[in-house]
Design a protein around this ligand. Structure first.
Ligand SMILES: [Zn+2]
Length: 163
């Protein structure tokens, strides 16, 4: 079996499908109920999502580390619990929260971001000359160099960074 995943609220809010051995914590469910985002939750529950509280010792380890990095004031009780759960079971934490990612890194917890992945997949399609690289509005023959103009995906690079 592959490494288990621990999901924070953003997974449910964005409606991303995660399969495999999947966990979350009761405090995430409480957060979700408060924003009414329980559609994906139901789908994941049908596929065996496990909702378990973390162990006290792991919660303490997370709080101690978060205080040392300065992230503690930015973490919700649910954030602390998902970190502690990932620490306990050696899972990959799926989260888009920068503070959670930062504390996870310090604790040796692997993380996987949702939104960043989605942003990396944003491509713009342009008609581009295979010879000189000029961009045109339609597919044609390049009037400058005479090469073929093809539809090419162009990556937008400016949105890859953390917010
Ligand atoms: Zn050209």
């Amino acid at each position: 079996m592959s490494r288990p995943y621990v999901l924070d609220s953003s997974v449910f809010i964005y409606g991303v499908k995660v399969s495999g051995d999947v966990y979350t914590v009761p405090k995430v469910i409480q957060e979700l109920r408060s924003v009414g985002a329980d559609v994906t939750l139901q789908a994941l529950l049908n596929e065996g999502l496990k909702i378990e509280s973390p162990l006290e010792k792991d919660v303490n380890a997370v709080m101690e580390k978060a205080k040392s990095t300065g992230d503690y004031p930015r973490l919700s009780p649910a954030d602390i619990d998902v970190l502690a759960k990932a620490l306990q079971i050696g899972g990959t934490l799926v989260t888009d929260d920068y503070s959670v990612q930062n504390v996870a890194a310090r604790l040796g917890i692997e993380t996987k971001a949702i939104r960043q992945e989605r942003i990396k997949r944003v491509l713009t399609w342009r008609h581009r000359c295979v010879g000189c690289g000029r961009i045109y509005k339609t597919e044609t023959t390049c009037p400058v160099c005479g090469s073929e103009v093809r539809l090419k995906p162009i990556k937008k690079g400016a949105h890859d960074s953390q917010e």
